[in-house]
Design a protein around this ligand. Structure first.
Ligand code: ZN
Length: 358
């Protein structure tokens, strides 16, 4: 580089989140010729990050940061700091001297799934169709061999969703197989399939499932080369704003004939998943009713509870209702635990590798 002699021992370091627009001249050997990719932290990375952020926070002995790290795939450092901050606030609000595992679990749910909106008034009919919808997602996941285990099913509205089924990947995944994707499509279709089977009507509740499924199927055909009819080719070069994660334009580099084929394949993949979900639920209607009724009664089930219900066990009676989530009260905001102050972060939508079915 101009101005630096090779014997001066100066090392230049630069960072960018748009490596795609760098002038190639900058990247020639002898210039910025080493590239270090800073990726999302893996499970050990997340545990380390949690350790750093909890250093100044009084933790109860039963807090297991490893477990929190395992349950937060896809979150970055700032998100983890946010969870620690929220957990500290919750503990303060609950008049605890130390932060407990439960505070972390609730903070994690709040950050990853959105804030609970217990105030949203749902009609009995809406609750019922939500219970069957989420029950459908979860049951298909439970029945299909090889699925990730369900982490939580809830019909308490969170964020903009009326209910949520969330999954924990058993291990960190960087690569998904065609079978994985087909299973995920089947899970996504489970919600609408259950609604249709039980009520014989359609609602808008499946909107994000359908969007996600269509995108996944299209990617399978156009980007991952997973369609036998079209072979291992990419269709439609995409121009994306890497930084903003938005697609600007797709160049159509295939014929009308191929376009028709792509549409047919996408439709076939989704319909196959939908029919499989339908069949699974139809064969297990008793389980679907059981799960939906348990959800209506308890509102939240974790993976373990769901497993027990579906194996015919009776769950212990509900604990007294958990304390309602108060709005950010002035008192709580002013008196966060030490170390949590000044860490309040922007809300974010998690770039979860495994989006929760809404
Ligand atoms: Zn859904």
């Amino acid at each position: 580089m101009d101005g630096f002699e090779s014997n001066e021992g100066v090392i230049m370091i630069a960072a960018t989140n748009r490596p795609d627009v760098l002038d190639p001249a900058l990247l020639r050997p002898g210039r910025f010729d080493r590239q270090i990719v800073v990726d999302w932290p893996d499970v050990r990375g997340r545990e380390g990050i949690l350790r750093v952020h909890t250093r100044k926070i009084p933790l109860s002995d039963e807090v297991d940061l490893k477990q929190i790290a395992r349950g937060t795939p896809g979150l970055a450092g700032a998100d983890l700091a946010n969870i620690v901050n929220e957990a500290a606030l919750l503990a303060a609000r609950r008049n605890r001297k130390k932060v407990m595992q439960r505070d972390f679990e609730d903070a994690k749910d709040k950050v990853m799934l959105g804030m609970e909106r217990r105030s949203l008034v749902m009609t009995e009919e809406e609750r019922k169709s939500t219970a069957y919808h989420e029950g459908g997602h979860a049951l298909v996941g439970w029945l299909l061999p090889g699925s990730d285990p369900v982490n939580k099913v809830t019909i308490i509205p969170r964020g903009r969703a009326l209910g949520i089924t969330s999954w924990v990947p058993q291990e960190e995944r960087h690569n998904r197989s065609k079978e994985d994707l087909e299973r995920m499509l089947c899970h996504m279709m489970g919600g609408r399939a259950a609604e249709l089977l039980v009520f014989n009507h359609l609602t808008t509740g499946a909107i994000s499932d359908i969007e996600q499924a269509t995108e996944t199927a299209r990617n399978m055909v156009c980007r991952y080369g997973m369609s036998e009819a079209l072979g291992p080719l990419t269709f439609g070069k995409k121009e994306e704003m890497v930084f903003l994660g938005k697609e600007i334009a797709t160049h159509k580099d295939y014929s009308e004939q191929t376009a028709v084929l792509i549409d047919q394949e996408v439709r076939r993949i989704i319909e196959t998943a939908y029919n499989a979900a339908m069949q699974l639920l139809r064969d297990n209607m008793d389980k679907l009713h059981l799960l939906a009724n348990t959800l209506l009664e308890r509102e939240v089930l974790d993976g373990d509870e769901m497993d027990r219900v579906l194996h015919g066990e009776k769950l212990e009676p509900l604990r007294p209702a958990t304390e309602p989530e108060p709005a950010e009260t002035a008192a709580a905001a002013q008196e966060p635990l030490k170390g949590a102050a000044g860490q309040k972060l922007e809300p974010f939508s998690p770039p979860s590798p495994r989006p929760a079915g809404a």
